[in-house]
Write a protein that binds this ligand. Sequence first.
Ligand SMILES: [Zn+2]
Length: 170
Amino acid sequence: MAATHCSACSKAIGFLASSTTIGDRVYCGDCAARVAADNKAQIEQAIRSALISTTPHLEGYSIAAYLGTVAAFSVLKFDEVQDWFADIGDWLGGKSSGYARKFADLHSDVEAKLKFQAVTRGGNAVVGVAFNVQFIETNSGEKKTFSNGDVINRKLLVSGAGTAVSLAPR
Ligand SMILES: [Zn+2]
């Protein structure tokens, strides 16, 4: 099997080495960040138009290529989490609040990161996505005292994983 070469520096990209696909070109790990910065608008457009779904297939499309699994996470630090708790009363009362909006932002960030990975592998969608939401607590970093006496560094973590694919309209 012919080795893939970086479109920028011509270096051979090994079987297990990371590579980034932008448009119809493939770049090695050394060149990817610079090329991505130069093609920011094109990549942002590709991410905006990429599809993401919790289902394995999308109506009206067939899967032309499977491009491997992708995973991403997004974290909200303690102060913001504390604000969320304060907001829960409003949220449960049906008022608009920062809580729902911040959670949506965290979720959107994970989706964008998953789509980014699909796009940079030459794909246009992520399917079979599963999300997970959890608190992570550590004894290091910036700590706060909770009402129950716990002194911890607490963060809210949203993670997602799925399969990057190239979809073609049926
Ligand atoms: Zn290169």
